[in-house]
Design a protein around this ligand. Structure first.
Ligand code: FES
Length: 159
């Protein structure tokens, strides 16, 4: 924790007194832990004298900011038109079933995957499409999902 605080302080110091620095500052802070926790936003507010409501407002307005921790792997499923008409709903159902996600849940209980729905991944000719981290998987069927997920299975911590 101390290590994170000292890194946080270093980032805050880097932007100290610079105009228009709130968004780049928040981006760098998010890079430290992968998301902006309530405690981190509170600390940022105390150290920068920017009201916490303003920081929270920026964090919720811009889609690049995340308020929840994400899994080790982020799965983006396209719900755009081309993917929708090519069976994206079946892919989504298969993903949620294989990941054992309850309604409303985005991250698996082992913290290995976070599932996010997006509007278009920019490769509509491959519909239906998902991306896992920076790898694209196209012309999918629901049956293909388990073997794809296996490639990203969490092997556990090694000693
Ligand atoms: S609609 Fe799915 S990639 Fe464009």
């Amino acid at each position: 924790m101390q290590n994170v605080v000292s890194k946080l302080d270093a980032v805050i110091q880097k932007y100290h007194g610079k105009k228009g620095a709130l968004i780049p500052l928040m981006q760098e802070v998010q890079d430290l832990e992968g998301y902006l926790s309530h405690n981190t936003m509170q600390y940022l507010s105390e150290q920068t004298n920017v009201p916490v409501a303003e920081i929270f407002g920026v964090a919720t307005f811009y889609s690049m900011f995340r308020l929840k921790a994400q899994g080790r792997h982020v799965i983006r499923i396209c719900k755009g038109t081309a993917c929708h008409v090519s069976g994206a709903n079946g892919i989504l159902y298969s993903l949620r079933e294989n990941l054992q996600l309850e309604p409303g849940e985005e991250t698996t209980t082992d913290g290995n995957f976070t599932l996010v729905e997006v509007a278009c991944l920019g490769c509509c000719s491959l519909a239906p499409v998902i991306m896992i981290d920076d790898q694209t998987f196209g012309t999918l069927t629901p049956e293909a999902i388990p073997s794809i997920l296996d490639k990203f299975a969490f092997a556990g911590d090694t000693v």
